[in-house]
Design a protein around this ligand. Structure first.
Ligand code: UDP
Length: 464
């Protein structure tokens, strides 16, 4: 029997890396041999220059010309073409070498928006599938945009008071759309990249997309565009927080960001469910004015808080410029980085003020933490809508006319979520419900576990 050997290809963003590594660990538990191919910058984050980690995952890297990492200000078009050119060569070489070494690659899974991978896999007659690390809802929205509903979606952008309903999705206004779909961004790399990815999938006889979600969470969106198209295999969160069988799998393997450990001791000293945790993900930086407002909201809420404020590229710490820094430091702790899953699983944390990146969203659900949503861009507004209207585990803060969420609004939202009122109780009850359902989906025999097993079986059959 041929041993199943899957090559996973990651993009160099922390959110993607975390999902890819977690996915790799899940496959490995099913007895699949895994090789992770990524650019040098992604690999530097994943496994410091070693060829293999304690998890037994093998890493191979290639230079895409952005070895020090990609910044939001870089030319994304150039990055994409270099990543494709150099990545295609590296993947071909890896596949050939695997045959010579007697453990041939039998399938390829790649982070979505690297559609060149599908072309290389086809050349070698190998089955391939993208790993979509956003919601099934976003995938479905994009899909509808290019399949008959583009004009309708554009219409709501022109009239923000107008709502539409699309197959598999609830009511949507322009406020809920991913920012890549807004008129100001309509020709953006994000939407174009998605179109290229769809074209690559259309060239497949039996297209499959693995989605970091679970059946119970997005049942309608998952079924909206075809029965076998979207396959839910999430949540991709360290398994210690799901089935608990492997307590050592309690952090993302690629999480090599510099972090201090002081915050754990600080969290230990706080009462149960008392702490507000604030983070805006791995690459987004707030404007100083937005930070001032968050600071004001936190001071007025008078609750202990742990705030991740990223160090800027030039080494500058934005919090040093805050007018209320001294007062803030008496009430809470500001750190430049932390292990978010560790923080969210700490008993003293009672609320997560989040930008609603999909990983952060899933982590809040898996760990049963209610949220205050401050979405910024990309898929975050849609995730905020899901959190507030569908999962009902949080509230979305309202921006003022200048597009800023004011301190009073932040305080109001925190009180709504953490306070004694009926809304807070309902939100906390829903958060517990999703925590339970996420574990059910991930455990052996649960929906995501079964879906992944079936996918591996199909890889073994070459997607016949
Ligand atoms: N993360 C972390 N520590 C931090 C900031 C982020 O562990 O200080 C992790 C977080 O747990 C999540 C990922 O980085 O898994 C961020 O992904 P998300 O999709 O939420 O946001 P993005 O960074 O892509 O905007």
């Amino acid at each position: 029997m041929v041993h199943t050997h899957i090559v996973l290809i990651s993009a160099p963003f922390q959110g993607v890396i975390n999902s890819v590594i977690q996915f790799a660990k899940n496959l490995k538990r099913m007895g699949v041999k895994i090789t992770i191919l990524s650019s040098v910058s992604a690999q530097n984050r994943m496994a410091k220059a070693s060829s293999s980690t304690p998890d037994g995952l093998t890493f191979v890297s290639f230079s895409d010309g952005y070895d020090d990492g990609l910044e939001l200000s870089d030319n994304l078009e150039h990055f994409r073409s270099e990543n494709k050119r150099r990545g295609s060569k590296a993947l071909s070489e890896l596949i050939k070498a695997s045959c010579e070494e007697g453990c041939p690659v039998t399938g390829v899974v790649y982070a979505m928006l690297l559609p060149w991978v599908a072309e290389v896999a086809r050349e070698f007659n190998l089955p391939s599938a993208p790993l979509w690390i956003q919601t099934a809802t976003i995938f479905t929205l994009y899909f509808h945009y290019f399949n008959g509903y583009g004009d309708l979606i554009k219409k709501i952008c022109d009239d923000p008071s107008c709502a539409i309903e699309l197959p598999g999705l609830g009511k949507i206004t322009s406020h809920d759309l991913p920012t890549f779909m807004l008129p100001s961004n309509i020709s953006s790399v994000g939407l174009q990249g998605f179109k290229e990815q769809l074209d690559a999938l259309n060239a497949e006889v039996n297209p499959k997309i693995l989605v970091n979600t679970f059946d119970e969470l997005e049942s309608k969106a998952l079924r909206a565009i075809g029965k076998q198209y979207l396959i839910a295999i999430g949540p991709l969160v360290p398994s210690a927080f799901l089935d608990g069988k492997d307590p050592s799998d309690n952090a993302f393997g690629g999480d090599l960001l510099q972090k201090s450990r002081d915050y754990v001791e600080w969290l230990d000293s706080k009462p149960q469910s008392s702490v507000v945790y604030i983070s805006f993900g791995s690459f987004f930086n707030l404007q100083l004015q937005e930070m001032e407002e968050i600071g004001r909201g936190l001071l007025e809420s008078n609750r202990p808080f742990l705030w991740v404020s990223r160090v800027l590229a030039d080494g500058e710490k934005q919090e040093d410029k805050l007018s209320c820094k001294e007062k803030l430091e008496k009430q809470g702790l500001i750190v430049s980085c932390c292990s978010q899953v560790e923080v969210l699983s700490h008993p003293s944390v009672g609320c997560f003020v989040t930008h609603c990146g999909w990983n952060s969203t899933l982590e809040s659900l898996v760990l049963g933490i209610p949220v205050v949503c401050l979405p910024q861009f990309t898929d975050q507004p849609t995730n905020a809508k899901l959190l507030e209207d569908e999962f009902k585990t949080g509230v979305r803060a309202t921006k003022n006319d200048e597009g800023i969420v004011e301190g009073d609004e932040i305080k109001r939202c925190i009180e709504l979520v953490m306070g004694d009122g009926e809304i807070g109780e309902e939100i906390r009850k829903n958060a517990k419900k999703w925590k339970y359902l996420a574990k059910e989906a991930a455990k052996e025999g649960g929906s995501s576990h079964k879906n992944l097993r079936a996918f591996v079986d199909e890889i073994e059959d070459g997607f016949q």
